[in-house]
Design a protein. Structure first.
Length: 396
């Protein structure tokens, strides 16, 4: 067995999240993805990050840089203007948010930028994971909170694709086709539009853009898609091909004085490199690329402490469900089955394979339903292990 064995590994929840961002997913991927800006109205995103959520994060979370920063009129403000020194336990820190100064700077026109929200804000953690499973590309989330009649960053481009999701208020955006000179953009942008709460704007990598508020404040979340490229894949192949101690030999003494004399040796090394590259199997390269993606999808372990405390009570009547955002890919060989669960692997006896395949195809089930595969002790041990590892959760 090999490859993905459950639709929950990628398509269902992920496509729902992508559809919220773009509407018709198939049309978007065929015509706009990586090519041109795309506007989608009225999807609704206030569940991801509301103004009240922002207020709570800023006022009570004890943020430290670089988890947040402030910008105004295109310039990032010095962190010393909005941080303070304090102690956390016995350790002194100098980068703790000064909430009062942040509020004062916001009132004076500064934009608050919350960075890496996908790492700690559960609604965005789940949303980003769903997008990752659909796009099979890693994503991240930052938020920009801008007061009325203000601008944050000037016309600029990102080195990755982005979805701007308006969660509160409204903001005026201009966007240009990729490749234009952002220092001297044309007078007429390809898109000049006001996003209101619930709207989404997609911009491909390299598309210059800028945003500002007019008469209302704005909260928007920028989802960055940090795509793995063909250049990345081929560079890894090349790096592996030249990973040979013999190639650490120094170039001949005096080579720079007579490049023509060096050329035959260069030709021999290039021919050898060509043979090494030709020996690589395309299927193995593709499989390694897929494994790099899946192994980076760490389990989303919100709520895991109560799950751990419930392990001893798991029995045949216990109902289990697939943890939201989890991945499970099964491979077999050498008398065992390996379950890849993102950042961890479980090596199990081959006889567990049919039970694991069945488990990963079920949205929820009772432990006793595994009787067709395992005896009473075996199914309880397996259920407890999968809960402990974060693939399954106990449900009421």
């Amino acid at each position: 067995m090999g490859g993905p064995i459950s639709p929950l590994d990628g398509s269902q929840a992920g496509d729902r999240s992508l559809r919220r961002c773009v509407g018709d997913v198939r049309r978007f991927l065929a015509s706009d993805w990586t090519r041109r800006p795309h506007l989608h109205r009225g999807a609704g995103f206030d569940d991801l990050l509301s103004l009240d959520d922002v207020d709570s994060i800023v006022a009570t979370s004890g943020l430290r840089t670089p988890a947040f920063r402030l910008v105004r009129a295109g310039q990032t403000l010095a962190t010393s203007t909005y941080t303070r020194s304090a102690r956390i336990g016995s350790r002194p820190v100098s980068d703790l948010i000064d909430v009062g100064r942040v509020h004062a700077l916001f009132a004076d026109g500064a934009t608050i930028v919350l960075q890496g929200l996908h790492r700690y804000w559960p609604p965005l953690t789940r949303f980003c994971r769903d997008l990752e499973l659909s796009l099979t590309q890693p994503v991240q989330a930052n938020a920009y909170i801008t007061p009325p009649t203000s601008s944050g960053l000037r016309v600029h481009h990102d080195a990755h694709d982005v979805f701007a999701l308006q969660t509160y208020g409204r903001k005026q955006w201009v966007a240009y086709e990729p490749g234009i000179d952002e220092g001297d953009p044309p007078a007429t942008p390809s898109l000049d539009v006001q996003l209101v709460s619930g709207d989404a704007l997609y911009m491909p990598r390299g598309a210059p853009h800028a945003a500002r508020t007019v008469d209302a404040a704005s909260v928007h979340v920028t989802i960055g898609v940090r795509s793995d490229t063909w250049r990345d894949l081929l560079r890894r192949v090349l790096d592996e091909a030249v990973d040979d101690a013999a190639l650490d030999e120094a170039l001949p003494v005096g080579y720079a004085n007579d490049p023509e004399a060096l050329a035959p040796a260069v030709a021999a090394r290039l021919a050898d490199l060509s043979r090494r590259l030709a020996a690589r199997q395309a299927g193995a390269v593709a499989a390694a690329a897929a494994e790099r993606f899946w192994s980076g999808r760490t389990p989303l372990l919100t709520g895991q402490l109560p799950q751990l405390l419930a392990l001893d009570s798991i029995g045949d009547a216990t109902r289990l469900a697939r943890r939201a955002g989890s991945v499970c890919r099964l491979t077999g060989g050498d008398g065992r089955v390996t379950a890849s669960l993102g950042d961890r692997r479980l090596h199990l006896p081959a006889r567990i394979g049919p039970a694991m395949t069945w488990i990963c195809e079920q949205p929820r089930f009772a432990v006793g339903d595994l009787a067709a595969f395992l005896d009473a002790d075996g199914r309880r041990v397996l259920a407890r292990r999968l809960v402990r590892e974060g693939l399954l959760v106990v449900v009421e």
